[in-house]
Design a binder for this molecule. Structure first.
Ligand SMILES: *Cc1c(COP(=O)(O)O)cnc(C)c1O
Length: 381
């Protein structure tokens, strides 16, 4: 991790140094924005099924709560998120001193690494896990161990436990359950076996990222929140970006049964990291259980529709516990992606994960899902 001298000539020669980790950082590439695609391809309508957002739009209760909060935005937000804590305590039964919040769960991933890893430490995750863990680690000069996924594209928990037991520099394990971009899950039983195996290991925090937990359908799938009090090393991440329809406002939650863990993260985070409107919106979103139910119904119906269409096209896919499906288009997904763009459909290729033939398709509104499948058929046949 030596510091490389980088020099740039900007009129006057000016020398500055940037570490190799930062030089080699490949920034997260978000799904292509609709406005950009409209412009570039001179299209009238574009369907974006690339970022796992909630296609229903915001809950009406959230909109009303936001309107009521606007006269107060000249004031700083509540750094303790008092109202949100109480609402979560009510909704999810987590004690008030066992949670803190971030500007999206993405910020909490970053905070966990900065709080609990020192230079020379490592995190462990999988080669096909959510890419944010790796990016945050690299930016903090923390090493990454990527245990390959199983043949079914699930986290290989026994292999991860083995690595953890023999490598004391691993401080954090990141397990997305269900995982993005695969949509696969690990059962609550296998998680319990994993935790029993690693619980003797000191100085290890196991982070379960439950961004899509509301979409779980498989009977063996369950939130790890039920194990929070039993295993002190467990942390749980949740986001309001997916099911709750608040991606644009940025709100994520971190849970740990250890108030010291929460306190240390609070020391590192900025006091005003989550804004007032996000706090207000998250409270209203939690209260709108009808909106959540509609989101679930939409997603489950759409996934079944996608499975049928993919089967018909002879394309392998991975059954999903989230609001998207990963499939193999059996040819270069970059060019399929480009052909779909011309037809006004944005999907997500997985070349940056080292999977050159895979595409990820998020659930949209039923009419959008039909148009996306039609476009896919035209491009592939
Ligand atoms: C989308 C996503 C997040 C990030 O959510 P934000 O709260 O919007 O930062 C975290 N983890 C996984 C697995 C995700 O897919």
């Amino acid at each position: 991790m030596g510091m490389n001298e980088v020099s740039k000539t900007l009129g006057n020669a000016f020398n500055f140094s940037v570490s190799e980790d930062i030089q080699n950082l490949i920034p997260y590439k978000p799904g292509k924005p609709i406005s950009e695609t409209l412009r570039e391809y001179k299209l009238e309508k574009v369907i974006k099924l690339a970022s796992n957002e909630n296609p229903l739009g915001p809950s009406l209760r959230v909109e009303a709560a936001l309107h009521k909060a606007i006269p107060w935005i000249h004031q700083y937000p509540d750094p303790q998120c008092y109202d949100l804590k109480n609402q979560i305590h009510q909704s999810w039964d987590v004690p008030l001193d066992q949670m803190t919040f971030g500007n999206g769960s993405d910020e909490l991933i970053d905070l966990l690494i900065r709080t609990f890893c020192d230079r020379g430490d490592q995190i462990i995750t999988s080669n096909l896990a959510f890419i944010s863990y790796e990016l945050s680690a690299q930016a903090s000069h923390v090493g990454v161990i990527r245990v390959p996924m199983t043949a079914e594209l699930t986290f290989d928990l026994p292999k991860m436990a083995e690595e953890i037991l023999k490598n004391p520099s691993i401080k954090l394990a990141f397990i997305a359950n269900p995982n993005n971009p695969t949509g696969t899950f690990v059962s609550i039983n296998s998680i319990q076996v994993f935790l029993e195996t690693v619980k003797s290991r000191e100085n290890l925090i196991c982070v379960f990222d439950e961004a899509y937990v509301e979409f779980l359908r498989a009977s063996e799938a369950q939130s790890v929140l039920s194990l929070l009090q039993k295993y002190p090393q467990v942390c749980v991440l949740r986001t309001f970006s997916k099911t709750y329809g608040l991606a644009g406002l940025r709100m994520g939650a971190l849970f740990s049964s250890q108030p010291q863990i929460i306190n240390y993260v609070n020391k590192v985070r900025k006091a005003f990291n989550v804004n007032m409107l996000a706090q207000v919106a998250a409270v209203a979103a939690l209260q709108d259980t009808e909106y959540i139910r509609r989101s679930q119904e939409l997603v489950w119906g759409a996934l079944d529709y996608f499975y049928g269409a993919l089967q018909e096209m002879g394309l392998p896919y991975w059954e999903s516990q989230a609001n998207f499906v990963l499939f193999d288009c059996k040819r270069d997904s970059g060019s399929v992606y480009m052909e779909l763009l011309k037809k006004g459909v944005i999907l997500r290729p997985l070349a940056n994960y080292g999977c050159p033939t895979y595409l990820r398709m998020s659930v949209g509104l039923p009419s959008e899902n039909i148009l996306a499948i039609e476009a896919l058929k035209e491009v592939l046949i």
